[in-house]
Design a protein around this ligand. Structure first.
Ligand code: NAD
Ligand code: UGA
Length: 459
């Protein structure tokens, strides 16, 4: 069997590497139009940082895992074609700011139709609005050789960045949606079930109709993000009342009906998908004439935006209402630990707020490149005269970032930040020295003993 995947991003790369790793008899080819990305997948410096990914790629690459820019051959040879391209929020026209932009998906469908000379299974791996499969099938059928059959399946991905390899090797479930009403549809579903059954227990592989599968992905992300916004809303109430949000989260999370996960209050959730997928859900609800349902889910985003700006305002108000010219150390820039991904990271929004207030940002992140930070902050590395941008100092070392700072903000929960020598950091900072722990990962009592003024979320 031959599998091809269009899109070698955070999802296409690791998921296909896992399939190839677990199924030595299947040839897996990942094709992307981005040549630099493909070159990186073929090098020692993979384009995605994920614990354990290097080992999986090295075991399978060249054996039955291939990365290429030749999508034509990849499509022609494949029995199953996964589509794992981006589905960002639309920035133009109808639905701008909410609906998913499906142009990359449609381009893939047109390529598949054009280059296929036999029937294929086409799998939606990207996160898509419910009922996209219908449009996909129409485009495939209208543009291909008559007589070919394209079975469209929905197989959304639930991996989280930073734990992708663990999530892929031991998934809570695999979801496969297809046309349950036809013989060909049921056969296609079974073909994909058989691929996953190479390493996933059969009772963890859920099969549904297409629309349930497409919608379940959006709903899963909405429920997860909703928990974070819920606990973050309570964090503000904790700060006013003397309750401690981590204690509240623990107390409610021990109720087995609520459960302990995804109740960690923070500076706000980031990542490429939660916001985009909820906005997409909101758009769909509006489109299908359900404005009250749309308004309900939109609050998850409103609360998250508020949490991020509340954090930057807290920094400014605590530093005597001015950060003009003051150095603020930001530890962490990625949207969560163990990833180099900065898409929608809270650090970007807090950073931009502080730059608007004329602060000097000293940023340290173990995995994010300076180029990415400047891009996210919408700043150039040099001023008009070619001198280095004085507002942003990217530091390889957290101690260098904190030296001469008035405040230190924890933006990402990297484990290494917990073990820093905070006495050394304190000695190098202006006094009073403030810590803003946006992730509640530090030992605040210890910090206060050293002399820090500490602000934590929800305490
Ligand atoms: P990404 O931007 O990292 O990767 C998408 C890739 O598709 C890019 O490399 C791009 O060059 C390529 N591409 C675009 N058009 C192409 C074409 N016509 N042919 C071949 N390649 C093409 O995106 P991602 O983070 O991997 O997300 C992909 C999808 O998976 C999205 O729908 C996203 O919502 C979903 N998803 C992402 C995650 C995650 O953790 N990032 C998790 C679950 C689901
Ligand atoms: C999330 C989901 O967890 C995945 O199941 C899903 O496949 C993926 O989105 C997707 O569709 O893209 P991801 O965004 O990679 O995965 O990472 P999460 O662990 O969900 O974290 C998202 C954000 O929420 C991060 O900024 C994280 O720091 C924050 N978060 C998470 C909290 O603030 N508190 C928590 O309790 C959990």
């Amino acid at each position: 069997m031959k599998i091809c995947c269009l899109g070698a991003g955070y999802v296409g790369g690791p998921t296909m590497a896992m399939i190839a790793y677990k199924c030595p008899d299947i040839t897996v080819t990942v094709a992307d139009i981005n040549e630099a990305r493909i070159n990186a997948w073929n090098s020692d410096e993979l384009p995605v940082f994920e614990p354990g990914l290097d080992e999986v790629v090295h075991a399978a690459r060249g054996r039955n895992l291939f990365f290429t820019t030749d999508k034509v051959t990849a499509i022609k040879e494949a029995d199953i074609i996964f589509v794992s391209v981006g589905t960002p929020t639309k920035t133009y026209g109808a639905g701008a700011g909410k609906a998913a932009d499906l142009k990359y998906i449609e381009l893939c469908a047109r390529d598949i139709a054009q280059y296929s000379d036999r029937s294929k299974i086409v799998v939606e791996k990207s996160t898509l609005p419910v009922r996209t499969a219908q449009g996909l099938k129409t485009v495939l059928e209208a543009n291909s050789t008559p007589g070919l059959d394209f079975q469209v399946l929905s197989n959304p991905e639930f991996l989280a960045e930073g734990t992708a390899i663990e999530d892929l090797s031991k998934p809570d479930r695999v979801l496969i949606g297809g046309d349950e009403d036809s013989e060909a549809g049921r056969k296609a579903i079974q073909t994909l079930v058989d691929v996953y059954a190479n390493w996933v227990d059969r009772d963890r592989i859920i099969t549904t109709n297409l629309w349930s599968s497409e919608l379940s992905k959006l709903v899963a992300n909405a429920f997860l993000a909703q928990r974070i916004s819920s606990i973050n809303s309570i964090s503000a109430l904790c700060e006013r009342t003397g309750a401690n949000v981590d204690q509240v989260a623990y107390a409610i999370g021990t109720d087995s009906r609520i459960g302990p996960k995804f109740l960690k209050a923070s500076v706000g959730f980031g990542g490429s998908c939660f916001q985009k997928d909820i906005l997409n859900l909101v758009y769909l609800c509006e489109y299908f004439g359900l404005p009250d349902v749309a308004a309900y889910w939109e609050q998850v985003i409103v609360m998250n935006d508020w949490q991020k700006s509340r954090f930057s305002q807290k920094i400014v108000s605590t530093l005597f209402n001015t950060v003009n010219g003051k150095r603020i150390a930001m530890l962490g820039f990625a949207f969560k630990k163990d990833t180099n991904d900065t898409r929608e990271t809270a650090a970007m929004y807090v950073g931009r707020d502080l730059l608007d207030e004329q602060a000097v940002l000293a940023i340290h992140d173990p995995k994010v490149s300076p180029e990415q930070m400047f891009k996210d902050l919408k700043e150039s590395r040099t001023d008009a005269d070619g001198n280095p941008n004085k507002q942003i100092d990217v530091c390889e070392d957290p101690y260098a970032a904190a030296k001469g700072a008035h405040g230190l903000a924890i933006m990402t929960e990297w484990d290494s930040f917990k073990d820093l020598d905070f006495q050394k950091i304190y000695d190098g900072m202006y006094k009073p020295a403030f810590v803003f722990d946006g992730r509640n990962i530090l030992d605040h009592e210890k910090l206060r003993k050293i002399g820090f003024e500490v602000f934590a979320i929800g305490r």
